[in-house]
Design a protein around this ligand. Structure first.
Ligand SMILES: Cc1cc2nc3c(=O)[nH]c(=O)nc-3n(C[C@H](O)[C@H](O)[C@H](O)COP(=O)(O)OP(=O)(O)OC[C@H]3O[C@@H](n4cnc5c(N)ncnc54)[C@H](O)[C@@H]3O)c2cc1C
Length: 200
């Protein structure tokens, strides 16, 4: 397997896809029909290095997605704390109701664990050693936390959480992609397990 750069010309067909979230960037399907590419477009100049190149990219890509998960989880928590202090029910801010406090505590704890796992994966990658175990754990946990925190944020915001008046509905739409992209979270579990039982 090798990587080769394909320029947009005859035979390169693409179509934009509509999406639930992540609307700030376009996502498209690409088809190549009888496209000819010069061998000078080979990436890295040596044939047969493609799988290694892609896997190295995925390791960093997963740390990137983990960091995006931390961002969505953090924004969900911060907006929820702010809203819980101003929204009053039964004569007091909802931040004083224990049911809301329990949600905030769980969100904050998962966020902190996600941040630490992501930092650990980034440090392992920077050290130059293989980091797919740490990257997989960070990606899995941080993106599941983004899903959890954005859902809890919507509950805390009540009806407003479901409306574009607040950012919560966007976090809720953006979070699921993180659990799918750069390898689904189901596959992250397989990657983690493979490392645990590997003989190397
Ligand atoms: C908005 C968006 C942007 C994207 N951007 C890019 C991009 O820039 N570049 C790019 O290359 N790709 C991109 N993708 C593709 C993305 O990486 C894939 O959608 C993702 O990796 C999942 O692959 P799939 O869609 O083929 O799902 P599938 O592989 O068909 O998975 C379907 C289900 O089966 C499960 N499954 C599959 N295989 C196994 C297995 N062996 N064991 C257990 N369970 C399994 C999966 O976990 C999942 O639950 C993008 C996707 C989206 C939605």
């Amino acid at each position: 397997m090798s990587l080769i750069l394909v320029e947009k010309k005859d035979g390169f067909v693409s179509r934009k896809l509509k999406k639930l979230g992540y609307r700030g960037i376009d996502t498209g399907e690409v088809q190549l029909e009888n496209v000819k590419v010069p061998t000078s477009n080979l990436i890295g100049e040596i044939e047969g290095k493609g799988l290694k190149q892609i896997l190295a990219g995925l390791e960093l890509g997963r740390i990137n997605v983990a960091a995006r998960g931390v961002g969505v989880a953090r924004a969900s928590l911060e907006d929820s704390i702010e809203y819980a202090k101003i929204r009053k029910t039964f004569g007091k801010p909802i931040s004083e109701h224990q049911a809301i406090q329990i949600k905030l505590a769980e969100m904050a704890t998962k966020l902190e664990a996600s941040r630490l796992l992501t930092e650990q994966a980034a440090k392992a990658y920077d050290s130059g050693n293989r980091s797919d175990l740490q990257a997989g754990m960070a990606k899995l946990f941080a993106t599941e936390t983004a899903l959890f925190n954005s859902t809890e944020a919507m509950r805390i915001h009540g009806g407003f959480g479901y409306s574009p008046e607040y950012n919560i509905e966007r976090y809720y739409r953006d979070a699921p992609l993180l659990a799918i992209g750069e390898g689904t979270n189901e596959l992250q579990k397989l990657i983690i397990a493979k490392q645990l039982v590997s003989e190397d």
